[in-house]
Design a protein. Sequence first.
Lengths: 109, 115
Amino acid sequence: AQRVTQPEKLLSVFKGAPVELKCNYSYSGSPELFWYVQYSRQRLQLLLRHISRESIKGFTADLNKGETSFHLKKPFAQEEDSAMYYCALMRYNTDKLIFGTGTRLQVFP
Amino acid sequence: SAVISQKPSRDICQRGTSLTIQCQVDSQVTMMFWYRQQPGQSLTLIATANQGSEATYESGFVIDKFPISRPNLTFSTLTVSNMSPEDSSIYLCSVGNRGNTGELFFGEGSRLTVL
C-alpha cells in the first residue's frame, strides 16, 4: 500500500535551532516525493521536490531509499518558517499526490 | 503557476441537503483534482475531474455521493450530496499540468459544516 507517514504532529523549536521534520513512505515503485507548506491564512504550496535536489528557503530534503525516508531539514530555523508542512508522494505517471498527516512547525523567538 | 478560485469559501449546511462547490482556474490545465481534509487529518484525494468525461474516483468515494463536473479546461464543480455531519470538512480543488513533475496548485478550500 502507498502511504506517507509524518510521526510528529507538532514540532517546536527556538529561532536559530536546527529543524528536522520526519517523513517516511511506503511505495512499491520508484517514488517521487515532495514537501508542501501552508503558512497561516495562505493556501497550500509546493516547497521542494526531491528530483530537483534544491534548497528552498534554507530547507533541504534527501531521499533515502534504504530507510524509505524524506526528512526535511534546516540548519537554523526562522520565525517565518512557522507553518504546516506536508510530505507527499506522487504515484508514478499519475500526477496524483498522497499526503502525510502534516507536521506543524512552531519557531519561537 | 495557476490562480484558483473556489466558491463558497465556507458554508453551514443542514443534514440531508446537497451543496455544490465551484473551482475556477485562470488558465487551462490538464489535471484537476478534488481533495478532502477532515478535521485533524491529512488531505485525501476524492477524484480526478476529467474534461468531457466522467470523473475517476478513488477507493471509498462514489459518484452518487460526490458527483463532479468538468465542462472545460478551466472549471469544475464538486457536489456533496445528502450531507451528514461526517461530511464536515475542507474541500480543496487542485490543478496541475501533466508532466509538470508533480507540482500542484491549490485553491483556498471550501470549509463545510453540516449540522
